[in-house]
Design a protein. Structure first.
Length: 337
């Protein structure tokens, strides 16, 4: 009779290493962030928005919103050879189903369709991403053990599937329909984009708050996107230069280089050599949020960490930095693609 091994603690799935930066942004390009959860911890993970643990090197950075969560549980090889997996049932409609599902299992009141793949690994891994639930298992693990592992983590899986569904709904709501009359946030307030073939380039008007772009009404969406994005990036660079100069003087630091960033997981970064990178998408936010990112990054030129000493540097020029950080976290960044 076969003996079943005792379930050991979860094996951590390593996240992607990043440079050290400051605040984060929710951006169009989905750069997946991985998170390892303990086997018996059923509480939602706390995900930092504007600070990250120090990475190797001499740079500080801030992460963005995670888009993929992973979990794995270790298993021990059985004494016998591998067992055949049960065949997948016919697909049903209206299920929480992975786009390439080949297995399904009832978790609570929900029938979950998931993608199962096997490889030469020593743990059962769960990944909840944009496509649904994916399970990776060793070749020698039977389907029954996989189902048991899924049942044991059912609350985690269902919560993450729900979170993914909400995130995708937010992304879809933020996706820009590039046409005449589309509205975008600019410095924290709506700005209407108007196509006007009589103008050259792009012209901003405060009353009414609009951006006139020199394109015909029949312009392609990509043409409109590129014209508006180029204008926003120019505005971002000019504003960042001004705000960096202001806070550098107050903090007593020197900036050697200021660069625009298009990072998908970071609002900005600062290196010990005085290079500062700021995500141009910050131009969608109001000035208090932008100033928080600037002050955060420049504070790293004093403290290349997120220690209490670092936060005291930030507080010295921005006593209300926590409220500003919250407004940045709650803001919605347009999805351009």
């Amino acid at each position: 009779m076969r003996s079943h091994p005792r379930q050991p603690p979860i094996a951590s799935s390593p996240g992607r290493s990043t440079r050290s930066r400051s605040p984060r942004s929710a951006t169009p390009d989905p750069a997946s962030t991985q998170l390892s959860l303990p086997w018996r911890d059923d509480t939602p993970p706390t995900l930092p928005v504007l600070d990250a643990s120090p990475a190797a090197g001499n740079e500080r950075s801030s992460p963005l919103n995670p888009q993929q969560l992973t979990e794995s549980t270790s298993v021990q090889p059985p004494a016998e050879g591998p067992r055949d997996a049960a065949p997948a049932r016919a697909p049903a409609r209206n299920l929480l189903r992975h786009l390439r599902s080949n297995r399904e299992l009832r978790l609570g009141e929900h029938l979950i369709g998931y993608e199962l793949s096997r490889s030469q690994r020593r743990s059962i891994g769960f990944v909840v991403g944009e496509e649904g639930l994916a399970v990776r298992a060793p070749r020698w693990v039977g389907q029954g053990e996989i189902d048991q592992a899924l049942q044991a983590r059912s609350s985690w899986i269902l919560r993450k599937l729900h979170d993914q569904h909400q995130r995708l709904e937010r992304l879809e709501a933020a996706r820009v329909d590039w046409r005449d009359g589309v509205s975008l946030p600019f410095l924290g307030a709506p700005m209407e984009v108007r196509l006007d073939p009589t103008v050259t380039g792009a012209w901003f008007s405060a009353q009414p708050r609009s951006l006139r772009v020199g394109l015909p009404l029949a312009a392609q969406p990509t043409q409109i996107r590129d014209a508006v994005q180029g204008w926003l990036q120019r505005q971002a660079l000019a504003l960042f230069e001004e705000r960096c100069a202001f806070y550098a003087a107050r903090l007593g630091v020197n900036i050697r280089r200021l660069r625009l960033s298009s990072a998908q997981t970071r609002w900005g970064s600062a290196s010990a050599d005085g290079t500062v990178r700021l995500n141009w998408r910050l131009i969608h936010f109001a000035l208090p949020s932008i100033d928080y990112v600037v002050a955060h990054e420049l504070a790293h030129l004093h403290e290349m960490n997120h220690s209490p000493a670092f936060w005291e540097v930030v507080r010295s020029v921005m006593p209300d930095y926590q409220a500003r950080r919250g407004s940045l976290r709650d803001g919605q960044v347009p999805v351009y693609d």
